[in-house]
Design a binder for this molecule. Structure first.
Ligand code: HEC
Ligand code: HEC
Length: 170
């Protein structure tokens, strides 16, 4: 009995330390070429928001990128692919959000929209449609419209400010 108890204590402290050691959010973008090229039409999504399989799939079809042509010069393509690969979600498990996103996609590494990943859908399902579809947001792809600190890789609840709604309090 006693050994079982000690065993349970040990496991729970291991789980707790694994959780506590994680940094909130995702690693901020630190690559100016990436910001210039992949931040031209929308917010420069942090590489830690998707696993490498998803980035590879997206990069393999930039001609038809969500209906836009996002093709790159060959050397920029190589540099950006490498940057995404090296900083993808499963390479950044020290960051809590990267860990959760990659973990939610264990069975499917082929989703290429962050907003279509299981973890993301779960976190955003409580937001009324009218606040997502309104003109000043347009869609869930527009992280920075609601997450005021998205550029720093911080997505905490206290930093959310939804246009025409206000602070999120659930
Ligand atoms: C020519 C404009 C353009 C460029 C350049 C561009 N994108 Fe996009 N991207 C789009 C559009 C349009 C969407 C769709 C947004 C929407 O849902 O309406 C999109 C969506 C995305 C999404 C999915 C967002 C979501 O819903 O989760 C990711 C990730 C993404 N782009 C990454 C990149 C990366 C990485 C690069 C650089 C290699 C890049 N984009 C360059 C236009 C562009
Ligand atoms: C319409 C506003 C809106 C947009 C756009 C939006 N979010 Fe959110 N997001 C929220 C709200 C509200 C929550 C809090 C949900 C809750 O905890 O009930 C949230 C939660 C999150 C969380 C979990 C935070 C936590 O502390 O649990 C992450 C991570 C996140 N969003 C990332 C993103 C990313 C990345 C994008 C863009 C691809 C994005 N969001 C776009 C409103 C938005």
């Amino acid at each position: 009995m006693k050994t079982i108890f000690i065993f349970i204590l040990l496991i729970s402290s291991l789980v707790a330390s694994e959780y506590k050691s994680k940094v909130a959010g995702v690693a901020p973008v630190n690559n100016s070429l990436y910001i210039k090229e992949c931040g031209a039409c929308h917010f420069a999504y942090q590489p830690g928001l998707l696993p490498s399989n998803s980035w590879k799939k997206m990069m393999s079809n930039l001609e038809s990128h969500f209906g836009a042509d996002a093709t790159l010069a060959q050397e920029d393509f190589v540099a950006i692919s490498q940057y995404l690969e090296q900083n993808s979600a499963e390479k950044a498990y020290a960051y809590k959000r990267s860990y959760k996103i990659a973990n939610s996609m264990r069975d499917d590494g082929t989703i290429i929209a962050i907003s279509k990943t299981p973890y993301f859908i779960k976190e955003h399902k409580g937001i009324p449609k009218k606040y997502i579809e309104q003109e000043s947001v347009k869609g869930l792809f527009n992280c920075i419209a609601c997450h005021t600190t998205a550029q720093k890789g911080i997505y905490s609840e206290r930093d959310i400010l939804i246009p025409n709604y206000g602070r999120w309090d659930d």
